[in-house]
Design a protein around this ligand. Sequence first.
Ligand code: TXA
Ligand code: MG
Length: 334
Amino acid sequence: METKIWDVRNYVDDLSTYPQVQEIITGFKADEIIAIPTETVYGLAANALSKAAVDKIFVAKGRPQDNPLIVHIYEIKQIDQFASIPNDAVRALMNAFWPGPISFILPLKQHVLASSVTAGLDSVAVRMPSDAIARQLLKLSYLPLAAPSANTSGKPSPTNADHVLMDMTNKIYGVVRGFQVEVGIESTVVDCTSYPFRIARPGAISAQDLERVVPGCITEANFEIEKPIAPGMKYRHYAPDSPMELVKDISKLQLCEGEAVIAPQSELSRFDTSVTFALGETFDDITGAMHQLYSALRAMDTMPSIKKIYIADYSHVKESEALMNRIHKATSGK
Ligand code: TXA
Ligand code: MG
């Protein structure tokens, strides 16, 4: 299959004026899988009501069948069709953070979504993205779209359309080319099937952010526990091809031939620029680091001379939890 590319960057304000927009919408309705931008990472989207469509996602990504997908919606009232909102606390969080980079795991209504979407669980993760292109596609199709990150399973999530094409060329029906994403790491996932809620995957919206809206709504999560809260967390994720090691004190690091370093710009001046990749300006620039992490990991994969990667430890920095969660996964805890 030759993957179609729809460059919609000049039509973001009103996607209905894009000449091929109907081809995209018809594709979704005909059970095709299409990569789309969101504000977190690019997603590989398909009609969540169709088993045939959702099955194609698992094949294209090489994703294990027991790892459920997030369902994307345009407006809250769509949830009613396939899930329930268990209490006012969930509703308050949705109103505060949607559209935006956060997913809520809700009790599932049976026999509406393709069962592969939820991997047979009795709950479903739901998100209303804020990205303008994603929102308009969700509105125009008016379908609940199941969309995992649009990478090959085990690769870093794509933060631009070129990353998607690296992994998915000729494996999927099409790619909607938008801009570089805003956030750069996947949405916060909050398990709302019991109260207080638990963060199943940390993201740009933190537990403190949620607590500010509904005090006491989040219980401590331990992401290192044996039994993962989110099934996806047991898989090795976001890993570059070369081994990568966390460095506690980057100021003491010495690089040998074939070694590279990923760290804030402020720490990189003493190294040869050909083997450095900046994550934000300084250690305090967590937003910048999240934005650039996956590009850095992918860049490393395109440099065959690099045999070993060192990455800075941000754990001493406030609000670094989600960033460090992804770095730990990429280093497999080394
Ligand atoms: O930002 C994002 O969330 C992106 C964009 C495309 O929206 N999507 C994304 O999807 O990251 P994915 O499939 O790569 O990650 C979904 C995560 C997995 O860790 C999965 O195990 C968890 O959400 N998940 C989904 N449904 C679940 C459920 N019912 N119970 C527990 N965890 C669930
Ligand atoms: Mg993913």
